[in-house]
Design a protein around this ligand. Structure first.
Ligand code: BG6
Length: 486
């Protein structure tokens, strides 16, 4: 056993084990955990999938997939899973599915952790194979986002889950909460005295959250055409980050304390204005160049409707309507086929009440606290410092806290952290039903508003940061988007 300790006995049943997400993220994460000594000798991993394969064949398939994707780190420990692995060829929804699953799991150590790496349309088939055992020490269920495609679908899935399991058995994944930078944000806010008093409407001019991706839709048109950027990225990842930035300090780090505070933020969000002076811009990528390579327009991607109106970019302004934050613009933006992959949260502080110094370049940028989520994992505090010499001039300088350079430990993939929490029964980094419902209510309001107003995505050139109207929208809130402010 290593210093982290073993998570003990369990059986981890991965449904959808031959799917993209399982091969790309979940299986490598399990393999790394096995290598780090998280599995007791009795622990078992079961690949539940349609294909009939031996464990060796299944692992070889994952290895080939990762090799093709150039993911050497993911391949590294696959062999460590072998002693724990079984395969279960099964078609969820078929008449014999439950009997096959019961037979395979008979006598295997509890808790049985069922991980649904499946489209949510198949969750009901999985649920029909589970017994109603209302005990988290015996049964846990892990659900991947998105849970349905709107609030009503999500509620129907949740009702089916609640008919069999208690809330304490359900782990709703948003992998952004497994990212180290997001946990550092919590630590920054709640473990330090110096920032918390400043995170209020008195001191903060705006907050912006960007998740920019250079990739396009890749092989996922079947899903993405129905989802679009708002359901895919805003509904959970972006709203969760916003909630963590804006929430009140919880009474403890216990899961429900955190979730209670996030929920209050989610409930207080203002729906962006769509008509008049719009507070939201949607876009769809056209052809262009990304990292010097020509790329085609979204409408020509494999599996995409040539007349598609799916948004691949969204930028909007919202407000957290609480005493702490009322009136402060929260600007959120995400898109595919941007010039580079980066994600960050920028807290822009107000200027000093009376400037006494001369700004270099004539323009004040004020103080910023930047939480870089990727590619770097660091905190940056931009301060104004006097330039050398006789003139009283100030220039922005950065204080950087780079987590890799500080700890010299490689950053673990978000899934590794989340799966280890699931195995240990820790719910803090997972969403509660009411959070998901509130996020869907917000997303539905935005999507319905766009539909009612007949707004269709504006085209933008691949390799740019979306339609120029997004810049204008941010400027109306007195903000420049992150890449513009560097
Ligand atoms: C997923 C979305 O949840 O997050 C994808 O479905 C997106 O469309 C991905 O590419 C981004 O995750 P990350 O960790 O690469 O920023």
């Amino acid at each position: 056993m290593n210093q982290q300790g073993s998570a003990g006995d369990f059986t981890f049943v991965l449904h959808g084990a031959s799917g993209d997400l399982a091969k790309r993220k979940i299986i490598p994460a399990l393999a790394h955990l096995a290598e780090r000594g998280y599995f007791s000798e009795h622990a078992r991993v079961v690949f539940s999938q349609r294909e009939k394969q031996t464990p060796d064949e299944a692992l070889a398939g994952v290895d080939a997939f990762l090799k093709n994707a150039g993911d050497e780190a993911g391949r590294k420990n696959l062999g460590k899973l072998k002693p724990f692995l079984r395969t279960l060829p099964i078609t969820l929804g078929a008449a014999d599915a439950k009997a096959k699953m019961d037979e395979c799991l008979k006598g295997l150590p509890e808790p049985h952790v069922h991980y649904a790496a499946l489209p949510s349309s198949r969750f009901a088939d999985l649920l029909s194979c589970l017994d109603s055992v209302r005990d988290p020490n015996r049964l846990r269920l892990v659900l991947e986002k998105p849970l349905g495609f709107n609030a009503a679908e999500s509620a129907a899935i949740e009702d089916a889950v609640a008919a069999k399991l208690d809330e304490s058995q359900v782990y709703r994944i948003d992998h952004y909460l497994g990212k180290q930078a997001v946990q550092n944000l919590l630590a920054l806010r709640l473990g330090n005295r110096i920032f918390e008093p400043l995170l209020t409407r008195e001191h903060v001019a705006s907050v912006q959250i960007t998740v920019a991706e250079d990739l396009g839709v890749e092989e996922r048109a079947g899903f993405y055409e129905h989802a679009g950027a708002i359901r895919d990225m805003v509904q959970s990842h972006m709203l969760q980050m916003l909630a963590i930035v804006a929430m009140e300090p919880p009474v403890s780090l216990e899961a429900n304390s955190l979730r209670d505070e996030k929920l209050k933020v989610l409930k207080s969000l203002k729906v962006p204005q769509i008509t008049g002076t719009p507070e939201i811009v949607v876009g769809q990528y056209g052809e262009g160049y990304v990292k010097g390579q020509p790329v085609q327009e979204y409408k020509k991607e494999k599996g995409v409707n040539p007349n598609s109106t799916t948004e691949t970019f969204v930028a909007f302004r919202t407000e957290v309507q609480t005493w702490r934050w009322a009136g402060v613009p929260f600007l959120l933006r995400t898109g595919k086929r941007m010039p580079k992959r980066f994600a960050e949260i920028v807290i822009q502080f107000r200027d000093v009440p009376k400037p006494l110094f001369e700004p270099v370049g004539g323009q004040w940028t004020g103080n910023q606290l930047i939480i870089h989520l990727q590619p770097a994992d660091k905190l940056e505090l931009r301060l104004l410092a006097k330039t050398p010499g006789e003139r009283e001039r100030l220039k922005p300088v950065s204080l950087d806290l780079d987590f890799f350079n500080t700890w010299r430990i490689p950053v673990r993939d978000a899934y590794e952290r989340l799966i280890s929490d699931i195995l240990r029964g820790r719910l803090g980094l997972f969403l509660r039903r009411d959070e998901v419902q509130t996020q869907w209510a917000f997303t539905d309001n935005v999507l319905n508003g766009l539909k009612r107003a007949g707004v269709e995505p504006s085209p933008y050139t691949s390799g740019t940061y979306g339609p120029s109207s997004a810049t204008a929208m941010a400027l109306r809130s007195g903000a420049l988007w992150a890449e513009d402010s560097v």
